[in-house]
Ligand binder design. Structure first.
Ligand SMILES: Nc1ncnc2c1ncn2[C@@H]1O[C@H](COP(=O)(O)OP(=O)(O)OP(=O)(O)O)[C@@H](O)[C@H]1O
Ligand SMILES: [Mg+2]
Length: 186
């Protein structure tokens, strides 16, 4: 996949299918350690240990529409191809946490991509769920949290078009700010 945000979209959709109510997406970049870490944690149905093992091979899926589930193996392979690593922790009834790390400067490490579109789309399509997106780069960080938004918005639904536009604008401007801090440092 050309963009990490597309993996995030795919993995968050797994969380939604698993019945999660709370989904936390984290991006943690450390330029000194040369790591780019992505994690998706949910409180969905979780997976039994055999399933945890099996989903890391591309020939297992509980979906009936298609035989091969590729979301997790593609993400894992992408990380491993960039001198990184992948970890899947899951417990039935508690939830799942996937963590993928890339070597940040690796030539094949995909860009984060259109993360504002991804997060805004997830929220507008699932306004009843709690999403948190955090991006930390070398200690500079921001977060978008739908619980916080909901408190401010009161009656206005999270999928109102102007709220979707606000979420995109908020993420895009914060991403641009993180980007500009890196330029200042170098
Ligand atoms: N967060 C999760 N919670 C519970 N089960 C999960 C979670 N993520 C994945 N799974 C299980 O692992 C299977 C494989 O996931 P994967 O994303 O690799 O493929 P898929 O979602 O089945 O198909 P694709 O992503 O290719 O459309 C899923 O079908 C689901 O049963
Ligand atoms: Mg999937």
């Amino acid at each position: 996949m050309k963009e990490i945000s597309l993996h995030i979209l795919d993995l968050a959709q797994n969380s939604i299918r698993a019945g999660a109510k709370n989904i936390v997406i984290r991006v943690l970049e450390d330029s000194a350690a040369d790591t780019f870490m992505v994690s998706i944690a949910d409180d969905g149905c979780g997976m039994a240990p055999e399933m945890v093992k099996a989903v890391q091979s591309p020939f297992v899926t509980t979906r009936t529409t298609r035989k091969v589930g590729l979301g997790i193996p593609l993400f894992a392979a992408g990380c491993e191809n960039c001198e990184g690593s992948f970890r899947l922790e899951s417990e039935p009834g508690r939830g799942t946490c996937l963590t993928g790390t890339y070597r940040r400067s690796h030539i094949d490490r995909p860009p984060l991509g259109a993360i504002a579109d991804t997060v805004a789309m997830l929220i507008s399509a699932n306004p009843a769920l709690h999403f948190r997106y955090e991006h930390n780069r070398d200690g500079c960080a921001y977060a978008l949290d739908t619980e916080e938004l909901r408190r401010i918005l009161g009656e206005i639904p999270l999928n109102a078009p102007e709220i979707t536009a606000f979420i995109m604008e908020f993420i895009n401007s914060n991403e641009a700010e993180l980007e500009s801090m890196e330029v200042q440092k170098s």
